[in-house]
Write a protein that binds this ligand. Structure first.
Ligand SMILES: Nc1ncnc2c1ncn2[C@@H]1O[C@H](COP(=O)(O)OP(=O)(O)OP(=O)(O)O)[C@@H](O)[C@H]1O
Length: 595
């Protein structure tokens, strides 16, 4: 992953990108905010006129005074209403921009090469797509609203003050650098507490995710209490750290800002006093003083608002830069895909050498020929490279040496869409989505009709158990849905793979965790595909591939033996024969007594 903490301000570009389609809205919003600030700046000037022209000289012209008061009210109401309307508009822009960003991040993650997911931590990825983009939402609201609005109000008030008396305005303007200095000092002092809270928060999330994922193991090992205590400890630490942070805020930041405010008021009043002494001043100064005091309040409060947001703003910036780092992950997969679709599914592996770390190959010079429509089994000890070989066939990785061809053309040249259309996979851990059986089989692929779904279920020998479910094909599965057994899940996964009418079907230890009866169903389904679909199946359970046209026996990443079950069994002292004998012994040992 790219370094997330590098120049967080660069992430502003990311926000601009996501908000680009709404630029007219943003410009309109900023203009309206400008108008609101202008209206707001009018208030004290009207007040000054009220004092200077009516109250002090004792000129009680009720019509004019009433009009002035009404104008003050109208102006302040119009300013508030305009700002409220703009807040809603900005919130809308923020929501839509975050939606756009989230979709972009998710689409990007889906397109990343498998090698990326080897290094990525799932919890962190989920957090990038959800929490971090949500933090970006905060950023929009703060940048777009609080920052923009407050800066406009401050600028408007300073401009009005300059119009009234530019020298006094300059005194007030010193507030801005003074505040920057205070904030910088505060940030330096509170940085350790802020960093600690952030770290503890991510620890809490990580612990929570870990316990949820491993709940069965955790409960079975009687570790629930220990985990609870550990969680409590981290939670308690987080609370203390957060209190320390808030304390620093309450004891350092706010008092310093308030002190600054008081100093400023004293200076301005003192400035008025000096002018009183040095020149002919009159009652008019009272109105001016009133206007200035009003403006100071209008400058101080937004500035405090801006400063109070800084901590959150920083966090949101870090989140945005993490999202940006993820978006910068390379989607590139290799050579141009200018090949043809897969018509037959004949596979050929030539001198295939591959290592996740190129310096340490896990497959060494594998040569295999799998004619179209053949059934090919792959066996070997654990860690011998079976799944790795399958990953290369699925194009999750690219081999460092050698090549894979399909129907005579390089596998890498087949366009993505054509590849997905032609290839089906039944993984070891079947994955069900929270949807109906029908949707789980069709998986949203266009052109898969209900009839095709049922035909696939028949072919996968899954139809009988599906129709026995409470709502048949409309029964909901996955989280919150009906519970089905591992074997049934596997049959649905098989139906899903077959519904795509694949030319090539890969099975990754699809029969390892299922009972013999279901294994037999899978076996029947595979036999029925013979001659029509090329099947490549990794099997721990050797009975699954007994009928294969050829069995590849891998040993430490090398192809040690190859042939049909009968040929390999005839090979005295051969690896396959030993594996079969070992498995038979295991089966005998684990069979119930007398069974
Ligand atoms: N994503 C990965 N990153 C780095 N090394 C890996 C990765 N996956 C597997 N390996 C390593 O590659 C070697 C072959 O593993 P592979 O999973 O292909 O074996 P296998 O024969 O499928 O084993 P099993 O029967 O246990 O599934 C092992 O040494 C393993 O540690």
């Amino acid at each position: 992953m790219a370094k997330p903490h590098e120049k967080p301000w660069q992430s502003v570009g990311l926000l601009m990108d996501a908000a680009r389609p709404e630029r007219p809205q943003l410009v309109r919003g900023a203009l309206w905010l400008l108008l609101a600030a202008g209206l707001e700046a009018l208030g004290p000037i009207l007040g000054k006129r009220y004092i200077d022209h009516h109250l002090l000289p004792g000129r009680y012209d009720f019509v004019e005074m009433g009009t002035l008061l009404a104008m003050v009210l109208a102006v302040s109401w119009a300013a508030s209403w305009t700002r409220y309307a703009q807040l809603s508009r900005m919130a809308g822009v923020a929501r839509r921009s975050v939606l756009r960003l989230r979709e972009r991040v998710y689409a990007h993650v889906l397109a990343l090469p498998m090698a990326f997911f080897d290094k990525a931590i799932t919890g962190q990825l989920v957090s990038r797509v959800t929490n971090d983009t949500e933090a970006v939402n905060q950023l929009y609201r703060q940048v777009l609203y609080v920052m923009l609005d407050s800066s406009i109000v401050v600028a408007g008030s300073l401009a009005a003050m300059a119009w009234l008396d530019w020298r006094l305005m300059l005194i007030v303007a010193t507030l801005v650098p003074a505040m920057v200095i205070i904030i910088k000092g505060y940030q330096r002092l509170s940085a350790p507490a802020v960093a600690r809270t952030r770290q503890l928060r991510s620890d809490i999330n990580a612990q929570m995710a870990e316990s949820m994922a491993g709940m069965a193991v955790l409960q079975a090992a009687g570790a629930a209490q220990r985990f609870g205590a550990r969680f409590e400890a981290v939670n308690g630490e987080h609370r203390l750290s957060r209190i320390a942070e808030l304390r620093a805020n309450a004891w350092l930041l706010r008092p310093a800002l308030d002190l600054l405010n008081v100093l400023l008021l004293v200076t301005v009043i003192y400035g008025f006093g000096l002018r009183e002494l040095s020149g002919p001043m009159g009652a008019v100064e009272v109105g001016l003083l009133y206007a200035f005091l009003s403006y100071i309040a209008r400058v101080v409060e937004p500035l405090i608002q801006i400063t109070m947001q800084f901590g959150q703003l920083q966090q949101a910036m870090v989140a945005a830069s993490r999202v940006r780092a993820l978006l910068e992950e390379d989607e590139h997969r290799g050579p141009p895909q200018d090949g043809r679709a897969i018509a037959h599914g004949a596979l050929r592996l030539e001198g295939l050498t591959f290592g996740y770390d190129p310096a340490r190959p896990v497959l060494h010079g594998v040569d295999v020929d799998i004619p179209a429509g053949d059934f090919c089994g792959i066996v070997g000890h654990t860690g011998s490279g079976k799944s790795t070989l399958l990953s290369l066939l699925l194009r999750f990785y690219t081999a460092q040496q050698g090549r894979i061809t399909v129907d005579g053309q390089p596998l890498a040249a087949v366009p993505d869409v054509a590849f997905r259309d032609a290839v089906g996979l039944v993984p070891q851990e079947p994955f069900l989505v929270a949807a109906s059986v029908r949707e789980n089989i069709a998986m949203g692929r266009p052109g898969i009709t209900d009839a095709a779904v049922e035909a696939a279920a028949h072919a996968a020998r899954a139809h009988d158990f599906i129709t026995a479910l409470p709502q048949g094909y409309d029964t909901r599965l996955g989280e919150g849905g009906a519970r089905v057994s591992t074997g049934q899940k596997q049959l649905i996964a098989m139906a899903r793979a077959l519904a795509g009418a694949p030319r090539i079907l890969f099975l990754d230890e699809a029969t390892s965790n299922i009972d013999s009866a279901t294994e037999q169903l899978v076996g029947e389904a595979l036999t029925a595909l013979h001659g029509r679909v090329t099947v490549v199946a990794i099997a721990h359970r050797l009975s699954t591939i007994r009928a294969a046209d050829q069995i590849l026996v891998l040993n430490h990443g090398r192809l040690q033996e190859r042939g049909t079950h009968e040929v390999l069994m005839a090979f005295d002292g051969g690896l396959y024969r030993r594996l079969v004998e070992l498995q038979t012994l295991e089966e005998v040992a684990s069979a119930p007594p007398g069974g």
